[in-house]
Design a protein around this ligand. Sequence first.
Ligand code: HEM
Length: 146
Amino acid sequence: MLTQLDIDLVRDSFSKASQDKDMLSRQFYERFFIVAPQTKMLFSGDLVKQQNMLHSVMSIIVNGLHEPEKLQPYLYMLGENHAKMGVRSRHYVQFFEVFIETILSLRENQKNAKLENAWREAFHIVQTVMQKATQESGLDLELLRA
Ligand code: HEM
């Protein structure tokens, strides 16, 4: 369960990591494409634009964690859009693992079990809604067969 302390830890570490937000997003995608190289073809190419969009939406998520029920409709819609773009349920697991790893690797943040757990709790909420949208879109099976 996501506690107030978790929310504070996530916010604080995200804000520190965002002092150089370009670096955060760049490092994230570099790692992500090593872990999930098959997803690279889903991206149209303008990674700088993508990095900015990801950072803006992550800010919305991090700042909305205290009222997750208000985030849900937005996350569901984001999940539906992603399903249409070819993103599948299993990609979220890789995506969040890499994002957490990137946040924890930054020297501004002290890597520790509490912080890591706080991010896992936060992403659990996000992942559950986005994966539900992917599954309900009916598109998830398509790629599992491929
Ligand atoms: C919390 C998780 C994620 C967030 C906040 C996020 C955010 C975004 C945003 C804001 C966009 C712009 C389009 C839109 O607004 O719908 C986008 C596009 C996209 N995202 Fe995500 N995303 C997430 C997870 C993922 C995952 C797991 C993948 C897996 C590969 C992915 C791949 C893509 C792709 C391929 C595009 C289209 C890029 C293009 O047109 O070049 N995203 N994402």
